[in-house]
Design a protein around this ligand. Sequence first.
Ligand SMILES: Nc1nc2c(ncn2[C@@H]2O[C@H](COP(=O)(O)OP(=O)(O)OP(=O)(O)O)[C@@H](O)[C@H]2O)c(=O)[nH]1
Ligand SMILES: [Mg+2]
Length: 385
Amino acid sequence: MWFFGRKSKEKVEEQEVREEEVLEETVEEELIEETEEVGETEDVEEDEEDLIEEIEEVEEDVEEELTKEPEEEEVEEKKEKKGFFAKLTEGLTKTRDNIMDGVDSVLGAFTKIDEDLYEELEEALIMADLGVSTTMNIMDELREQVKEQKVKDPSKLKGMIVDIISSKLSEGDSSLNIEKGKPTVMLVIGVNGVGKTTTIGKLASQLKSDGNRVLLAAADTFRAAAIDQLEVWGERSGVDVIKQYEGADPSAVVYDAIQAAKSRDVDVLICDTAGRLHNKTNLMKELEKTFRVIDREFPEANKEVLLVLDATTGQNAISQAQQFKEVADITGIALTKLDGTAKGGIIVAIHSEMEIPVKFIGVGEQIDDLQPFNPEEFTKALFGN
Ligand SMILES: Nc1nc2c(ncn2[C@@H]2O[C@H](COP(=O)(O)OP(=O)(O)OP(=O)(O)O)[C@@H](O)[C@H]2O)c(=O)[nH]1
Ligand SMILES: [Mg+2]
């Protein structure tokens, strides 16, 4: 115990000394800390001022951004609106060059307007897929205007040609035969590969977003893949497809679809058709049968027969139109693949020779790459005036 007691006494003394040292150290540390804190407070105040300045600057920037924003939004909107027009202008580049390069080189080679100039101009327009009879027509009008206006300068002819072509494109009614409160049946016809199914898909999507109840009929039963392809477009545009099976009677599919359209109170029923059967006679007979079914089963409906033509086929499109005209009362033409072809001039020939209005133009494979044909917009995209 003693030992313990003595040791404890020494320990207590040691402990007291240490406690005093620790206390001194702590006070010293606290003092240092306090002085440092004072320094820090000054720093914080400075930082705060900097921060306020920064916040003010950011606020100014934000205000500037906010006042700028509507302008940027407008630009974005314009960009979207311009989408199709820009695509059309770009798509028509080769067609424009094809027509204008020919015209320019002829006009550049003459100093006066004479028969030779007219002949060469005629050739240039035919070469640009405007078609023989349309070209003759354009030339007749041109000669007349030159005489009337006493034009002497060949360079004046370019503007005159553009005006004549533009007025030709404006002839005819390009609007679709769709009325609110009355159903419309649209039969989409054309040879294989021209873009019928794709056009139907794009059209279904547009008509639906315009507030119409739309239904599709897979009356191209020639290939199973054709039915599948229409179904894919139906899904994309959120529109139902009435179908049967490969090899089924196309008129039976149309019959089913008409019954469905009636019971579902559909506004527009669009029927896909085969572009190719075992032979051409078969194809035309099948179409006639389908027309009879529509007339018998849906007499109260408006009828649209849309012939799809592929712009890249040039003059061939005219002979296709002539053949289909023999069996069908074509009410309008959808001219596809105007993007990237040099043969877009065919649209002028179709318009004036066939006396069937072009109602739609296609400039690509996407769902929004189809537009109602607007003659003013089209000539603006084609000639930039
Ligand atoms: N570049 C371009 N391609 C198009 C356009 N329209 C359709 N196509 C393409 O042309 C090809 C044929 O289109 P479809 O819609 O299958 O043609 P279809 O007339 O239904 O053909 P069939 O069913 O075989 O008679 C597809 O690869 C389409 O993507 C267009 O405006 N521009
Ligand atoms: Mg098809």
